[in-house]
Design a protein around this ligand. Structure first.
Ligand code: KG4
Ligand code: ZN
Length: 340
């Protein structure tokens, strides 16, 4: 069984073909047209610009995914598409393209939740560390950390989730992006801060950690404000390595809270494994800190599967398709869609 996945929820236009491999899906192709350069001038995603860029990219990206996979439309069994959460104008482009293609080619349409797709990136066949296998028991705890989300989700089984907690203000990736802009390190902020932090001292500045004890929730807005205040305090001549120290101290504050609260949630809910997903899970110090604190295996992804892609949409779509899930032609976007 082969499924075409389509993803346009934010600023990546993506299409991929995966093949059902029993437990994990094989990636036949995985095409991503990134709009990072377009949005860099704004220091973040500009919604109107994003949807226009999706309109231009969607057809060539899908065609490329089919070509790379050496398959034609007739070789596909279904089309899986992200219908939420995300930016309305961006979601509409992928959803309408998928509907048109499914109708035109006589293929079933499978609706996919973008957050579920981030989880199912772990059900793709990959080389290397942390890969799940069919002996990995449930429940699993997922930390989804991206530009739009910071959520702890307990996965009881395929398709069965409990929301444990999430951010009350900024998403972790959003905090990285905003602080990178304050420190003039460029966009996207996550990789820029991670790189700058390598030359810095993580104990140089004592930034606040919002523990929100007794909950599995997060808050990063106080931290962002503390970075801003420190910048203002040092507005004259700055000590050597000031920006590297700021980046390292900020990153340490985010990572410590994410890793510790993930460990607490895993323990409290008897998780048998932890899954790290989303763009921020590309961060090496987050991976190391989480492994140091969590007592069960911690599964991470190759970088290309951390950030938005369509292979993860097709993998989630494969499990949904097998469970009999089909969308009607009235399927609409749900920008505020939740997982549980
Ligand atoms: O999953 P993703 O591509 O898009 C969303 O669904 O939001 O995540 C993008 C986010 C950006 O905020 C980016 O700054 C962050 O992931 N990110 C990182 C790293 N690489 C990407 N954050 C911290 N460290 C990184 N190495
Ligand atoms: Zn995402």
């Amino acid at each position: 069984m082969r499924i075409l996945g389509i993803e346009t929820s934010c600023d990546e236009t993506a299409a991929a073909v995966v093949e059902d491999g029993g437990y994990r899906c094989a990636i036949l192709s995985n095409v991503i047209a990134s709009q990072v350069d377009l949005h860099a001038q704004y220091g973040g995603v500009f919604p109107e610009v994003a949807s226009r860029a999706h309109v231009e990219a969607i057809a060539p990206v899908v065609e490329q995914a089919l070509r790379d996979a050496h398959v034609g439309w007739d070789d596909l069994d279904a089309i899986a598409v992200t219908y939420g959460p995300g930016l309305p104008g961006s979601l509409l482009v992928g959803l309408n393209f998928a509907k048109g293609a499914a109708l035109g080619k006589g293929l079933p349409l499978v609706p996919v939740n973008h957050l579920e797709a981030h989880l199912y990136a772990h059900w793709l066949r990959t080389e290397g560390d942390g890969a799940l296998d069919d002996a990995t028991p449930f429940p699993m705890l997922a930390l989804i950390v991206s530009g739009g989300h910071t959520e702890l989700i307990l996965m009881h089984d395929h398709g069965r989730y409990t929301y444990l907690g999430g951010t009350l203000d900024d998403a972790a990736g959003e905090a990285f992006d905003k602080v990178a802009r304050l420190l003039e390190l460029g966009y996207p902020g996550g990789p820029a801060i991670e790189q700058a932090a390598r030359q810095g001292n993580a104990r140089a500045f004592d930034f606040p950690r919002a523990w929100l004890t007794g909950t599995h929730d997060f808050s990063f807005s106080g931290l962002k404000t503390a970075v801003l205040r420190t910048l203002q305090r040092f507005n004259g001549p700055r000590p050597p390595r000031f920006f590297a120290d700021m980046a390292a101290s900020f990153q340490a504050a985010v990572v410590e809270v994410l890793a510790e609260k993930t460990a607490q949630a895993a323990k409290a809910h008897g998780a048998q494994a932890v899954l790290l997903s989303g763009g921020v899970s590309a961060n090496a110090s987050l991976r190391t800190a989480t492994r140091a604190r969590v007592e069960v295996p911690v599964h991470t992804l190759p970088l290309i599967l951390c950030t938005d892609n369509a292979a993860m949409v097709a993998a989630a779509g494969t499990y949904r398709y097998r469970a009999g899930v089909r969308a009607g032609w009235d399927l609409d976007i749900e920008p505020g869609l939740r997982l549980a």
